[in-house]
Design a protein around this ligand. Structure first.
Ligand code: FMN
Length: 209
């Protein structure tokens, strides 16, 4: 299975060489993120695609000075919804109706299922549910990038409140969850470039029943 080779090739890159990733590869990566699964299909997040070097220089101290922020070709900031509202559910149902060419009225049960399970949750639980969908999108992105032979670093190592402030996220009803640095490894200067993958054995990881 070639995906296994791709996943063995990828690693959380610590140093990148500043080379630009070809636009068609970036678009393929964004296509893959767009196709990621999410609860109810709601995609309760938005992804900021940041190439601007000046903005990335501002983000770097917020990410504890991690070099990938400025050495990457692009960084993606995954920001989750702060809440799930009736209006957001309605907008999604509208999209389903248009995409599948069915009347909105035919989607009443679907809408009720989403509303019934999401709207009763406290706002902070809605926000954390949305953040969990972001992690799934990140997983999809990591696998897709590996297949595209793009190097990446998934990052939780930043101060979310400061990034939210810089990107004015609360005004957009969002909060930052993850950063993905996207670029090309600087193998000569990256101590992790040739490090063996550390993973539990299958016997330890899987409980077969
Ligand atoms: C959610 C998440 C957050 C992470 N945050 C950082 C980070 O801020 N900086 C970093 O260099 N690596 C970060 N990593 C990379 C992990 O340390 C790395 O994925 C793990 O050690 C496994 O190694 P591998 O991805 O190279 O196979 C993060 C990984 C994940 C999944």
């Amino acid at each position: 299975m070639s995906l296994i080779n791709d996943l063995s090739w990828r690693y959380a890159t610590k140093r990148m060489n500043g080379n630009k990733v070809a636009e068609d590869k970036i678009e393929s990566l964004l296509d893959a993120i767009r196709l990621s699964a999410s609860g109810f299909g709601l995609q309760p997040y938005q992804v900021f695609v940041i190439e601007n070097p000046a903005l990335r220089a501002q983000i770097q101290p917020i990410a504890y000075g991690q070099p990938q922020i400025t050495e990457a070709s692009h960084i993606l900031v995954f920001a989750a919804w702060n809440d799930v509202t009736e209006a957001k559910i309605d907008s999604f149902i509208q999209l389903v109706a248009e995409t599948r060419n069915v009347p909105v009225e035919a989607l009443t049960d679907y809408r009720s299922a989403i509303a019934g399970s999401m709207l009763r949750l406290p706002q902070e639980v809605q926000a954390s549910w949305a953040a969990r969908q972001v992690y799934l999108a990140m997983g999809t992105a990591l696998a897709a990038a590996a297949e595209l032979k793009i190097d990446t670093t998934p990052m939780e190592g930043f101060i979310p409140a400061k990034l939210d402030e810089l990107l004015d996220l609360s005004a957009k009803g969002l909060h930052s969850v993850l950063i993905l640095a996207v670029g090309e490894r600087d193998a000569a200067n990256d101590y992790m470039a040739n490090a063996a993958k550390v993973r539990y054995s299958k016997d330890e990881l899987f409980i077969r029943m």
